[in-house]
Write a protein that binds this ligand. Structure first.
Ligand code: MTE
Ligand code: HPA
Ligand code: MOS
Length: 765
């Protein structure tokens, strides 16, 4: 056994590798990069109609405006005018027809941002208006879908519901959500020699930007390099749709032969790019006297907008998560992917999962209220079992169930039962202010549901001074992926973290990388980088054994040193010797997630490598005369496996929870009857602020929680799952407003004060 590893970084609460740059303003985002000579700024002219024929687009006045260098329409697209990431159903620039208010119709390039943005308004566009479809139910009525509807059934739900002692049936409206990354969409494209395009893009998916820019400009992948050092937040919004921005900038760069930058202003970003899918959900649930679900039937209709984008896998994930933590023996799930004349909706933290979980948690809450029992008891009654009642509707066995353990721990730590009594007592003597309490669990499947996306690559170079250049296919959006992967590489070489430089994500360093999404960034890139570093370490070990004539087993890398038999030399000394002996110190690494498989036709298999778990207790106070409320206290126990970095993970849990609270309470997207999004800036769209954080916020990461699967250092993915802990806040509000006269209040999401007041008054529209 080697000496104790003083330099072991995995598991340490290290700060984000860019924290010092973030707080001093020195972190370079795409807009901060030095601007090349001759840079033109691009602005986009958008459709003002939700559905119309384009009769005439006259850009003469735009082209003549001060500072304008060039304009561009669909006909000017050099390659394929299509941006669909999976299905080719969406033009980059509208041709003949516009299908949502905000759709890009033309672009203009000018010397300054202001000139470009002003010129856009000089376009003369004649439309012939067509009837728009503006909401999911209207789309279902007209059978307007972006993709075929899907169903998943197990058992005999209709019979089971009919035979149940109790039944509840309801329709829910569940709002969408804008990603509201602090850095909006942006790309800068620099033409280099011989047709090469260098694309700086704020994207979760450089590989896709590379591919789609190549298609749009009529070039090939070898001709396009996409680079992203960091994003100022993404939250799914930059998984597919960053490509639209990059393609428009690239088309303009090729047309003008000059570097072009497109940065959307906040309002345009909100109008032009997709959000979380809002849903209409119907369910009917049958249950027995104990609250156990006998059968359940779901209908999901989501607003996909004008094109498929990622709506297929998003809605699949809704179907995969409408069980959440519960065994559903007899279940029918119907999923409609509605085509509406609104912006194409896309990935958002949870990727459809939260919407499925919203539905089942509402059903559970209804069961409890119907039976007059505490909802925690009903949740436990229906939890997946251990060794029994443990297969999901899609036939994956839940092998790693820690729901019971987490719920028990949280019940204790949050003092749930005593506070339940205290809430009752408070409400008995308070007529206007009412308190509410709820504990909700999370079980979230980790892996891309499309099996082939679960792959990652990395590139590691060791230099002669013992420092390391690291690249992997993941992107940094604030979530701390770069520090986690650097920790893994540091431990593989037994060297200090300060010796490692993680470089900008770059398609010329690591090819064909999946989006950094599905929370799998550190799982897959951590393994790929470890594999690359392990190759070099192996070569160094072989070399040292040969050079010093010692057995390989006597060689150990730790504390910036290498033990060789009974001696030790510094890591850089070994590297220097190895270089002299002509040993390669550069390697790639690759990883593919094992065990997963899944047949999309039958919706069955093992789509997920494992599950991440958590639970939260929220307590609120509601003013039943105004509908206003405050979160008073939140307790969370969350499962990150053996955390790679507890400081980063804590930040993800807190941030994810608060973002979920925003989705379910204050963030409201509102379109007018003409299909225009009216909530397109922070003045009308209310994201949570510091003051919305609960004054008493107790977050713990579950300890001794090693992943039973062989993930990187037995950690678990953390990016998305905590968002869904916010269901506890929503149900605490519902708990506060339920009364003997109104035991099952009709509370829709987001539970804005207006929605709460409507639910209190029983006056839902
Ligand atoms: N955290 C920050 N700070 N910013 C982000 O944009 N995106 C979330 C989550 N946490 C996001 C974030 C989403 S949607 C995902 S899928 C994961 O991070 C992606 O990163 P990971 O796979 O490395 O966790
Ligand atoms: N999650 C997130 N992003 C994705 C997925 C997924 O399952 N599939 C394709 N993109
Ligand atoms: Mo996250 S929604 O998978 O980018």
């Amino acid at each position: 056994m080697g000496a104790a590893r003083l330099t072991s970084f995995v598991g340490q609460p290290l700060p984000h590798d860019s924290a010092h740059l973030h707080v001093t303003g020195a972190a370079a985002y795409t807009d901060d990069l030095p601007e090349p000579r001759g840079l033109l700024h691009v602005a986009v002219g958008m459709s003002s109609k939700a559905h119309a024929k384009l009769l005439r687009v006259d850009l003469q006045a735009v082209a003549d405006a001060a500072g304008v260098a060039d304009v561009c329409l669909a006909a000017d697209v050099q390659g394929e005018n299509n941006i669909g990431p999976i299905i080719k159903d969406e033009p980059i620039l509208a041709q003949d027809i516009v299908e949502y208010a905000g759709q890009p119709v033309f672009a203009v390039a000018a010397k300054t941002v202001d000139q470009a943005r002003k010129a856009v308004h000089l376009a003369a566009i004649d439309y012939e208006e067509l009837e728009p479809i503006l909401d999911p139910l209207a789309a279902v009525g007209k059978q307007s879908f972006v993709l075929p509807s899907e169903t998943l059934q197990r058992g005999s739900p209709r019979e089971a519901i009919a035979d149940s002692q109790h039944r509840v049936k309801r329709r829910l409206q569940l709002g969408g959500q804008d990603q509201f990354y602090l850095e909006g969409h942006i790309a800068m494209v620099v033409p280099e020699e011989d047709g090469v395009l260098r694309v700086y893009s704020s994207t979760q998916h450089p590989d896709e930007v590379q591919r789609l820019v190549a298609h749009a400009t009529g070039s090939k992948a070898k001709d396009v390099v996409c680079v992203c050092r960091r994003m100022g937040g993404a939250f799914g919004g930059k998984e597919s749709q960053a490509a639209t921005i990059a393609c428009i900038a690239a088309i303009m760069a090729v047309k003008t032969g000059q570097p072009c930058k497109l940065r959307l202003d906040r309002d345009d970003d909100m109008v032009m790019t997709g959000k979380r899918h809002d849903f209409v959900i119907d369910y009917e649930v049958g249950f027995d006297d104990s609250g156990r679900i006998q059968g359940i039937d779901f209908m999901f209709a989501s607003r996909c907008g004008v094109s498929a984008d990622l709506s297929g896998p998003v809605n699949d994930r809704t179907m995969f998560h409408c069980d959440n933590a519960y065994f559903l023996e007899n279940v029918h799930i119907e999923s409609h992917r509605c085509k509406t004349n609104t912006v194409s909706n896309t990935a958002f933290r949870g990727f459809g999962g939260p919407q499925g979980m919203f539905a089942i948690e509402y059903a559970i809450d209804d069961i409890a209220r119907t039976l007059g029992k505490d909802a925690l008891e009903i949740r436990r009654r229906n939890f997946y079992g251990i060794g029994e009642r443990d297969t999901t509707p899609y036939q994956q066995q839940v092998e790693d169930n820690i729901l019971h353990e987490i719920a028990n721990k949280l019940e204790q730590d949050a003092d749930y039962q005593a506070r339940r009594k205290a809430v009752r007592k408070f409400n008995a003597s308070s007529s206007v202010l009412k308190r509410g309490l709820a504990l909700t669990p999370v079980k979230f499947g980790i892996s891309f549901t499309a099996t082939h996306l679960n792959q990652a690559g990395a590139l590691v170079h060791v230099y002669r001074d013992g420092t390391v250049h690291l690249n992997h296919g993941g992107t940094e959006m604030g979530q701390g992926l770069f520090i986690k992967v650097a920790q893994v590489v540091a431990d593989e070489f037994g060297i200090s973290i300060a010796r490692i430089r993680t470089n900008a994500s770059d398609t010329s360093k690591v090819p064909n990388a999946s989006a950094t999404a599905a929370s799998s960034g550190s799982d897959i890139n951590g393994k790929a980088a470890q594999a690359a570093a392990a190759k070099i370490r192996r070569r160094l070990t072989e070399f040292a054994a040969r050079h010093f004539a010692v057995p390989e087993a006597s060689i150990d890398f730790s504390n910036d040193r290498v033990t060789v038999g009974s001696d030790a030399i510094s890591f850089e000394e070994l590297v220097q010797l190895a270089w002299f002996d002509r040993v390669s110190m550069s390697a790639t690494g690759f990883y593919r997630t094992p065990k997963i498989h899944y047949d999309r036709k039958t919706f069955s298999g093992r789509p997920f490598f494992y599950y991440a778990y958590g639970a939260a207790v929220s307590e609120v106070v509601v003013d039943t005369l105004t509908g206003e409320y405050r979160l008073l206290r939140v307790d969370i126990v969350h499962d990150c496996g053996d955390s790679l970095n507890p400081a980063i993970d804590m930040g993800q849990v807190e941030g994810g929870f608060i973002q979920g609270v925003g989705w379910l309470t204050s963030e409201e997207l509102w379109w007018n009857d003409a299909g225009e999004l009216m909530t397109h800036s922070p003045s009308t769209y209310k994201i949570p602020t510091c003051s919305d954080c609960p004054p008493d916020f107790r977050v713990q990461l579950l300890s001794n929680a090693a992943n039973r699967e062989d993930t990187i250092y037995r950690s678990k993915a953390v990016g998305e799952p905590p968002l869904m802990l916010a269901l506890s806040a929503f149900h605490a509000i519902r708990d506060a407003i339920a009364t003997d006269d109104n035991p099952l209040p009709d509370l829709d999401a987001p539970a804005t004060p207006e929605a709460v007041l409507r639910a209190v008054e029983g006056s839902r529209p």
